[in-house]
Design a protein around this ligand. Structure first.
Ligand code: PLP
Length: 395
């Protein structure tokens, strides 16, 4: 049986069209986009074209796109590039570590940090943000879609509240798990007009790893983190990763085209089929963040009396790739900070698995997964001392 990949929130495969777009830039057109000779100018034109493609996906100006090495760098640049000693940062307890650990590092440098809690459904309450804003708040950073649960925040409203209550504060969103899954319109009259900074990552939208974007609204003054050449309008020094940029440009074009089709609805239907199929067959199991809005590709389920790590390994042995918590912390025995922030007990958080599909996932793969999962859960529960005392086991 062919392996089934349901871990798209960790990374996605390159699409063949993306690979083909990048191919000439490895050997044939290897120029440095800053060189004035023809090889350099060819690379420059390709970078400019890709910048336009990403700007179209985000409905912003090409000059507002800063290419980085990925989501982690974009998040760090947004935080370190806008905050200085004595200023105040508001973020949340459910961010990716790229924001969370950057915020902790800033806290050690005399920047005040407030971590907003979330509701049991994983949502950040607008009133909590409003109450946390202070005269010295310089940045609010709230993620768009959560990488573990897929829960989508009301970003337009949270950004509007930030600007309505503070003259100085900027609004950043980590949209790494939203890009390519939800329409993002940053135009001056669009729904995201109050968002000042937004991060995306190439490898989550079928572009290569090691390339990302920070959208920086024209009005924002951003201090660079790295010092060197004048690349990216002095916002990010370093020779451009031309092949990566070209790949991200192509992936952005494909994502935009896909968003305009019934692709997202089809993907949501496949995710729902998987969820409902599991819930119908497995007892003492449920969806984390079920009643919150979620991106179409993600479901996070708890299987009580099962260790997520053991289930991930059991499914992997059967050819199904999934993830327990976020991939970036696999190997750690700590329960997910996102699920515990939502109020799950450590045991339930440790029993939770993320399935993240992509536009390449097929109905046959979902049906095959639906055969594997109940059997794997039942086997592991058979070995679990706590399971044998439950009503479901006795029945
Ligand atoms: N932010 C979120 C929400 C993510 O899911 C990830 C990666 O998993 C990142 C940031 C980091 O992106 P990258 O892997 O490109 O550094």
């Amino acid at each position: 049986m062919r392996p089934i990949y349901m871990d798209a929130n960790a990374t996605t495969p390159l699409l063949p069209e993306v690979f083909e777009a990048m191919r000439p830039f490895w050997i044939e057109h290897f120029g440095n986009a800053s060189s004035i000779h023809q090889q350099g100018q060819y690379a420059r034109a390709a970078v400019d074209h890709a910048r336009e493609s990403v700007a179209k996906l985000l409905h912003c100006r090409a000059s507002e796109i800063v290419f980085t090495s990925g989501g982690t760098e974009s998040d760090n640049l947004a935080l370190f590039g806008t905050l200085s000693e004595g200023s105040h940062l508001i973020t949340t307890s459910i961010e990716h570590h790229a924001v969370l650990h950057a915020a902790e590092s800033l806290a050690a440098r005399n920047i005040e940090v407030t971590f907003l809690p979330c509701t049991p459904q994983g949502l950040i309450e607008p009133a909590a943000l409003e109450a946390a804003l202070r005269p010295n708040t310089k940045l609010v950073s709230i993620m768009y879609a959560n990488n573990e649960t897929g829960v989508v925040q009301r970003i337009a409203e949270l950004a509007r509240i930030t600007h309505a209550n503070s003259e100085a504060a900027l609004f950043h969103t980590d949209a790494v798990q939203a890009a390519g899954k939800l329409p993002l319109d940053l135009s001056p009259r669009g729904p995201l007009k109050d968002v000042d900074l937004l991060s995306i990552s190439g490898h989550k939208i079928h572009a290569p790893k090691g390339i990302g974007v920070l959208f920086v609204r024209r009005s924002v003054r951003l201090a660079p983190m790295m010092h060197g050449g004048t690349h990216e309008r002095q916002r990010r020094a370093g020779t451009e990763n031309v092949t990566g940029v070209v790949g991200l440009g192509k992936a952005a074009e494909l994502a935009q085209a896909w968003l305009a089709t019934d692709g997202p609805a089809h993907l949501a239907a496949l995710r729902d089929r998987l969820e409902q199929g599991i819930l119908a067959q497995v007892e003492e199991c449920g969806i984390n963040g079920e009643s919150a809005p979620r991106v179409a590709n993600t479901t996070n389920l708890y299987f009580d009396h099962v260790e997520a790590e053991a289930l991930v390994i059991a499914l992997d042995l059967k050819g199904l790739s999934v993830s327990g918590g976020s991939a970036c912390q696999s190997g750690a025995t700590e329960p997910s900070h996102v699920l515990t922030a939502m109020g799950l007990s450590p045991a339930r958080a440790r029993a939770s698995i993320r399935f993240s599909l992509s536009k390449l996932t097929t109905e046959e793969e979902v049906d095959e997964a639906l055969k594997l999962i109940p059997t794997a859960v039942a086997r592991l529960r058979d070995l679990s001392p706590t399971w044998h005392n439950t009503a479901a086991a006795v029945a």
